[in-house]
Design a binder for this molecule. Structure first.
Ligand SMILES: Cc1cc2nc3c(=O)[nH]c(=O)nc-3n(C[C@H](O)[C@H](O)[C@H](O)COP(=O)(O)OP(=O)(O)OC[C@H]3O[C@@H](n4cnc5c(N)ncnc54)[C@H](O)[C@@H]3O)c2cc1C
Length: 426
């Protein structure tokens, strides 16, 4: 059973005073939400940080146009008894929301085996509660960041409703709510009428639903704008060096230092290297012993102007696996899960299927006819849905595998990684 630790400000602030001065320099590979949060956690503790990123801007891969939800309390792992029951439909391609690649890479067999083991009820609960711990730490770290610095990224506390149309799934969700509430999460179980009173857009839903879980403290924010704002902050106030447009072709370490070899042949070194390279970490997986750790899971999003009765609260239609999020006066809609697919091409048929599911779930949520082009990204999945935040070998650590909740987990994951590095390096 997962052992939950109490969450308090000292968990994040206390590390600062304990660790200052022990580590001089660090390289962070990858400028997605996780890399930017990690760079911040290290730089704030006095470490000289260089961020290396192959794209010309931060946050242009999985962190570009995701569902925008900071889902601190709703941390349900993907591998679950419910998904296991549904596995035949997934394998036969009969579920529009979740699919497996037709030809799965043999390298993923180990991951799939681990995934099946994690679908047992006890593991699902433990993984979900471990996710909650990281989610609540992240919420605290995000709030502390915003108390220190004014950052513009469309951040808002909207609250979130999960809508259930299946009685058995709703009963299981109520059970999980009770466990999470005991650990400090704020969640309520609502009737359909109570849910409609919180979000009027639900009145236009044609399909019946049996109830909802309401998480009033959940937040939203644009991850790409967050990465841009963090880059500005890190350079301006923390002296962080951003090396954009630089691709790491190799990495290495010895007793004294770690380094990146760029594809232009430059060697960039530091005391420690932290890989925050999302699904791109697979290029280095074999040498790091991580070859069965990450599975790509492609997903889609689209952004549409707000509908007639503007959405105020984030909503997830649990059965359709579609999320709706009010973001800067528009609505971000995200969904679809394609396990084993690692290309980011936007397939118009898949985008149409997301749009159709969204229109069926909440017809009044957005002006669907004026939706933008759509986007596809890759969630870097571990079999447990929990990230790997650990030292891999002397002077090399990873902060990877944040899966469906990388934006949510980013700030807490950065703090955890900094604490690991600064405690271990003398
Ligand atoms: C459709 C969709 C919806 C989602 N919705 C949500 C949501 O609502 N809430 C939530 O919490 N999460 C959500 N996620 C998950 C979240 O987006 C990811 O977990 C998160 O963005 C991962 O962040 P990251 O920094 O680890 O990876 P990335 O953002 O992919 O960053 C990794 C960076 O490393 C760089 N890189 C990789 N290899 C190299 C190299 N060799 N050299 C130099 N640079 C390199 C890449 O260019 C990239 O910029 C969603 C994901 C998808 C696809």
């Amino acid at each position: 059973m997962y052992r939950f630790k109490d969450i308090d400000a000292d968990m994040i602030q206390g590390a600062e005073t304990r660790c200052q001065g022990q580590l001089r320099s660090a390289l962070v590979l990858g400028a997605g939400v996780v890399g930017m949060a990690t760079a911040y956690a290290l730089a704030r503790r006095g470490v000289a940080v260089t961020v290396v990123e192959s794209r010309d801007q931060p946050g242009c891969e999985a962190s570009f146009c995701n569902g925008a939800q900071l889902s601190y309390a709703y941390t349900e792992a993907l591998a679950s008894p419910a998904l296991l029951k549904h596995a035949p439909a997934v394998l036969l391609g009969m579920d529009p929301a979740i699919r497996m690649a037709r030809a799965i890479d043999p390298g993923y067999v180990g991951w799939l085996w681990q995934f099946l083991r994690n679908a047992a009820g006890s593991r699902f609960t433990a993984n979900t509660l471990a996710g909650l711990q990281l989610g609540l730490e992240s919420r605290l770290a995000m709030h502390q960041l915003q108390q220190r610095h004014a950052l513009e990224f469309g951040h808002q506390v909207t609250g979130k409703l999960h809508i259930y149309d299946n009685a058995a799934a709703f009963a299981a969700a109520q059970n999980m709510v009770a466990r999470k509430r005991a650990l400090g999460a704020e969640q309520e179980v609502l009737s359909p009428a109570e849910a409609r009173r919180i979000e009027r857009v639900l009145e236009q839903r044609r399909d019946r639903f049996v109830g909802a879980v309401y998480s009033p403290q959940e937040e939203v924010g644009d991850p790409h704008r967050f990465c841009l704002a963090m880059m500005d902050l890190l350079q301006r106030e923390y002296g962080v060096t951003m090396r954009l447009g630089v691709r790491a072709a190799g990495i290495g370490s010895d007793g004294a230092a770690a380094w990146i070899m760029t594809d232009a042949g430059e060697r960039i070194g530091a005391d420690e290297l932290v890989l925050c390279s999302g699904i791109g970490t697979r290029s280095f997986a074999r040498e790091l012993g991580l070859s069965t750790v990450l599975m790509p899971m492609k997903g889609y999003s689209l952004t549409a102007p707000a509908g007639p009765g503007p959405l105020r609260v984030s909503i997830t239609d649990v059965a359709r696996k579609v999320v709706f999020c009010p973001l800067d006066g528009a609505v971000r809609i995200a969904g679809l899960a394609e396990l084993g697919v690692s290309n980011t091409r936007v397939d118009p048929r898949r985008l149409d299927s997301l749009k159709a599911a969204a229109m069926a779930a909440l017809p009044g949520a957005a002006d669907f006819d004026r939706a933008g082009h759509g986007w596809a990204g890759i969630r870097p999945m571990t079999a447990s849905s929990l990230p790997q935040i650990r030292r891999i070998k002397p002077r090399i650590a990873v902060n990877i595998g944040h899966g469906m909740l990388g934006w949510t987990y980013s700030m807490g994951a950065g703090e955890r990684l900094a604490a690991i590095l600064l405690e271990k390096v003398a």
